[in-house]
Ligand binder design. Structure first.
Ligand code: CA
Length: 276
């Protein structure tokens, strides 16, 4: 099934107003149903290298393995996750190894790492897997909701009640990550699966967007863009830059145009019979 017939997307990555380099990387390939975004860190252009490796390794792996799954949306009995979710996890783990190996060969970049957000659409569902403070938002029924939870010191302090969300915004140490890709041997990946509805809008972004704009400002820009991905990515990047553009800003926006469920005729027949 070609998800690209049912979901449209656009992406934009911009250095912002202050920095000369761009350490973010993005990719999307809707024929495979994938959206990817990474925000690298580390001196001597290590950030660019790390986010670039992550996006490349994950894209290659998913393109190869998603198309060879026997069934779409099948659940692995052992983990309770779909095979698509497991592939996302494997892809991210491979990227971790690739970044670490590159870092070993280049002592100046030994501390490089990256955040990662991977979204896969399949069978009226999506998986999101992430590490770090790059985010996935969903806009559904006129409501913008943050789906991922940041792996940052600040989020931990908010969770423990040291800060309110508002105080957190003005905190100085908001960019300290508690998890990153490429910096440790083992990676702990948060992944979850959600049902997708027609007209849903999905927004992946780096902190260059979410630090510069409040959620309600992001929401207004999406509304102004008529929920259209091409228009939305331009307005979001301009919005972050108009607010100062202190960091690189990257966004990928996808809109679900129609359902993309796998036809399971016999299964539906059994259900119809069962619930008659
Ligand atoms: Ca950033």
């Amino acid at each position: 099934m070609d998800v690209g017939e049912h979901v449209i997307a656009a992406g934009l990555s911009d250095p912002g107003m202050v920095r000369s380099n761009n350490e973010d990387s993005i990719a999307y390939d809707l024929s495979h149903g994938i959206l990817i975004l990474a925000d690298g860190m580390g001196g001597y252009s290590g950030g660019e290298v790390a986010s670039g490796i992550a996006v490349q390794v994950i894209t290659d792996y998913l393109q190869e393995h998603l198309s060879s799954l026997k069934k779409i949306g099948e659940i692995d009995n052992k983990s309770g996750f779909t095979y698509e979710s497991l592939l996302a996890e494997q892809a991210i783990s491979l990227a971790n190894v690739a970044i670490k190996e590159t870092a070993l060969q280049d002592p100046q970049r030994h501390q490089m790492g990256t955040t990662i957000v991977v979204v896969i659409f399949y069978d009226n569902r999506m998986t999101v897997a992430h590490i770090g403070d790059s985010r996935l938002y969903r806009r559904r029924h006129q409501q913008l909701e943050q789906i991922t939870r940041d792996h940052s010191l600040l989020q931990e302090l908010v969770d423990k009640g040291f800060y309110t969300e508002e105080e957190a915004r003005s905190s100085l140490n908001k960019n300290v990550l508690t998890r990153a890709l490429g910096t440790d041997d083992a990676v702990k990946i948060d992944k979850h699966e959600e049902v997708v509805l027609p007209e849903d809008l999905y927004l992946l972004c780096t902190d260059g967007l979410s630090d510069m704009l409040l959620d309600k400002e992001i929401d207004s820009l999406l509304v102004e863009a008529g929920n259209q991905p091409e228009e939305a990515v331009m307005r979001l990047v301009s919005g972050a830059n108009n607010a100062g553009g202190l960091d690189n800003v990257s966004v990928v926006v996808a809109r679900v145009e129609s359902e993309f469920s796998v036809k399971r005729a016999w299964y539906n027949k059994v259900l119809d019979w069962f619930f008659e």
